[in-house]
Write a protein that binds this ligand. Structure first.
Ligand code: TXA
Ligand code: MG
Length: 299
């Protein structure tokens, strides 16, 4: 495996490095270098209309990348950074347009993973990184998932399995309003305890079908709705009679941490279909339900 210092040098030299965060593995480049960032879009086959998250190692680094740092940002960063919360704020001129897909705002996050923070500190630059998968594919939660996706095209820093397992909560703080752009394991209800709530609206980069395995996936409460018995069933409460079945934890944080690894594995086993038992409708499960609906193509 490439060393942290060599990886940091590769970032400074305009190259790409895949690295672990607590949510999913990222595909990183120097966020201040437009040509380096273009390589991310090329490798992922990501449309240029889809903006990237910029990862920082401190609040100071974040403040240098925006034109405003409101009290709300300071409060939320103080409570949740380092952690799975991304803040969208007006961008400074330091951030090239390619990073934000031409938007006047930038998404910032300080990840809670020692390798991610070590890489940013050693490179001395903020790192733009989407999840390290091809566009529309499942996000990686192990280094092996990244290798399976990209082979030798990118070096991977291996930090073990991701502890959170699904992507960060994305919040906009633009124009003094707090808006949920993507649900995550830090719930919007928790975030809103600082101020008056504003309703959710869709993020520009969101597609109904996203985070998808290649195998058709359906969300089903009731095994009698399965096409037949030849597929795989991912359940937490009620088992079903299928060729393959995976029992998931009944606790949302533990469920999220396992979800993508289970879907990657079942996908590689080539079942005709994957059925997933619907999670509870409660707020702690909202981000998981969001990802499952997207994987099923009815997000
Ligand atoms: O947990 C995560 O967030 C992972 C790790 C690697 O940090 N990253 C990740 O990146 O999920 P990606 O590219 O797969 O998702 C980025 C999300 C998209 O929903 C995108 O629309 C939103 O962030 N986003 C980025 N910049 C934005 C902006 N300026 N305004 C609104 N949404 C933005
Ligand atoms: Mg992604």
């Amino acid at each position: 495996m490439i060393s942290l210092n060599d990886a940091a040098r590769r970032i400074r030299d305009g190259g790409l490095i895949a690295f672990p965060t607590e949510t999913v593995y990222g595909l990183g480049a120097n966020a201040l270098d437009a040509r380096a960032v273009a390589k991310i879009f090329e490798l992922k086959k990501r449309p240029s209309t889809s903006p990237l998250i910029v990862h920082v190692a401190s609040v100071e680094m974040a403040r240098g990348l925006v034109t405003e740092w409101p009290a709300q940002a300071q409060d939320l960063a103080g409570r949740y950074w380092p952690g799975p919360l991304t803040l969208v704020l007006p961008k400074s001129a330091a951030i090239p347009g390619i990073v934000t897909a031409g938007l006047p705002t930038v998404a910032l996050r300080m990840p809670a993973h020692p390798i991610a923070l070590g890489l940013i500190e050693a490179a001395h630059v903020p790192i733009a990184a989407p999840s390290a998968n091809r566009f529309m594919h499942l996000s990686p939660t192990t280094a092996q998932h990244v290798r399976d996706e990209f082979g030798d095209a990118v070096e991977v820093l291996d930090g073990g399995p991701c502890q959170v397992g699904i992507e960060s909560t994305v919040i906009s703080l633009v124009d003094g309003k707090l808006t949920l752009l993507r649900p995550g394991m830090i719930s919007f209800a928790d975030i809103q305890t600082i101020q008056t709530p504003v309703g959710p609206h869709p993020s520009p980069g969101m597609h109904a079908r996203h985070y998808s395995p290649r195998t058709p996936l359906l969300l089903a409460d009731d095994p009698s709705r399965f096409p037949d018995r030849s597929g795989a069933y991912v359940w937490w409460k009620q088992p079903g009679l299928t060729a393959r079945s995976v029992h998931m934890p009944a606790e949302p944080a533990a469920y999220a941490a396992r979800l993508y690894d289970v879907l990657h594995r079942l996908d590689s086993e080539n079942w005709p279909w994957i059925a997933v038992e619907s999670p509870p409708e409660s707020p702690e499960w909202a981000a998981i339900l969001d990802r499952l609906r997207r994987a099923a193509g009815n997000g």
